[in-house]
Design a protein around this ligand. Structure first.
Ligand code: SME
Length: 165
């Protein structure tokens, strides 16, 4: 299916609005992955990993199945971003010794951790078939979405509904 490109401002607005309406965590994660993959032509693989103890566990994703469904913190580009709790952008994955291959077609990658204060809860991982595909606009968009996902993944999140009247 041909992707329908959407500009950065519009896709951010759309995703943040939809996130505020999503009924549960899984629905919220699915929505983010689907919207990004559908509307950004250079996003060829989009996934969310959740941090469980010291391992990143693959959640919803769009693209070819990845062999890396569990990645220890500190391994690969994903593990490096989780360990540093900072966005990692790799313009040519074949030149990065940390890279764990998902597809032979992948040329560049961006990994954006989902951080709650001092705790990494997971991350957004995106691969592109084009080298040097990710700019500051991608980083800004994905960091804003990661921030909006924190409340969805926070283990201490308060129940959204109370019925104590
Ligand atoms: N390339 C990642 C592994 C995940 S796949 O891209 C889906 C890494 O180096 O950590």
């Amino acid at each position: 299916m041909t992707k329908q490109p959407v500009d950065y401002q519009t896709i951010k607005k759309h995703i943040l609005q939809a996130l505020s309406l999503a009924t549960d965590t899984r629905a919220a994660m699915d929505l983010v992955v689907a919207e990004l993959e559908d509307h950004k032509p250079h996003y060829d693989w989009v996934g969310i990993y959740f941090l469980e103890s010291d391992t990143l566990v693959l959640g919803p994703y769009r693209g070819e199945p990845s062999p890396h469904t569990r990645i220890p913190v500190g391994e690969g580009i994903c593990g490096a971003a989780a360990a540093a709790m900072e966005t990692v952008v790799v313009s040519e994955v074949n030149a990065d010794p940390r890279y764990l291959a998902c597809s032979i077609k992948t040329r560049s990658e961006i990994v954006v951790p989902i951080i709650n204060g001092t705790m990494c809860l997971g991350e957004i991982d995106i691969d592109s078939h084009s080298p040097d595909a990710f700019t500051d606009r991608d980083r800004e968009l994905l960091e804003d979405i990661a921030l909006a996902l924190v409340s969805r993944l926070n283990p201490k999140r308060e129940p959204t509904e109370t019925n104590n009247k």
